[in-house]
Design a protein. Structure first.
Length: 194
């Protein structure tokens, strides 16, 4: 992906592997040195459907809410799927993305694991592939324009429809689509980047 000319690539970057054109791993850089909104995706390890139940989704949104407050960040939108999470987040200060995602994943995985162990340990054991809950990395895409922001929101909100989980984006309870389309509360404060 080509970066705009004003992005300074000499600043410290988070390096994440991606599959290159030839199929081998190459390093992808996540730029967090400007005040852009970030489109985030992170997945349950081995794409297990450990977010099928409502309570794990509630934990994810509760931690999102708390982490937004702790870092004075703004949620532009989100969707929680059975095996992954999408969110668009804006920070008032540079260099906040890595801490935000780390804490969101760490805290939510502890709560979800404890919930499964207390109430549905058999399901968790059956679906388990080791000790990890989330995949260790995340995907982040810096959003430079309103057009791209709207494109990512629409993509994210349509995800449950494409997956056959809902007929319309507003029908999926675990998304910010109802806030945008119906003006209804979604349990997480939604705002627009400054």
């Amino acid at each position: 992906m080509a970066k705009p000319q004003d992005v300074d690539t000499a600043v410290p970057l988070i390096h994440l592997p991606t599959l290159g054109i030839l199929g081998f791993m190459e390093r992808r850089r996540v730029v967090d040195d400007e005040l852009y909104a970030h489109f985030l995706t992170f997945s349950v390890d081995h794409r297990r459907r450990l977010l099928d139940h409502d309570q794990p989704k509630r934990f994810i949104l509760g931690i999102l809410n708390d982490q937004l407050d702790r870092q004075q960040a703004t949620s532009v939108g989100f969707v929680v799927m059975p095996d992954h999470v999408h969110a668009i987040v804006w920070f008032p200060e540079r260099g906040q993305l890595s801490l935000f995602v780390h804490e969101w994943k760490r805290r939510s995985s502890r709560l979800i694991r404890a919930w499964y162990q207390a109430g549905d340990a058999a399901y968790f054991r059956e679906a388990a592939h080791g000790d990890r809950f989330w995949q260790p990395k995340y995907y982040a895409f810096a959003i430079y324009s309103r057009k791209k922001l709207e494109e990512k929101l629409n993509y994210m909100h349509a995800n449950p429809v494409r997956a056959g989980l809902a007929k319309r984006p507003v029908d999926w309870w675990w998304s910010s689509a109802r806030w945008y389309e119906l003006g209804r509360s979604v349990g997480v404060p939604i705002g627009w980047p400054e």
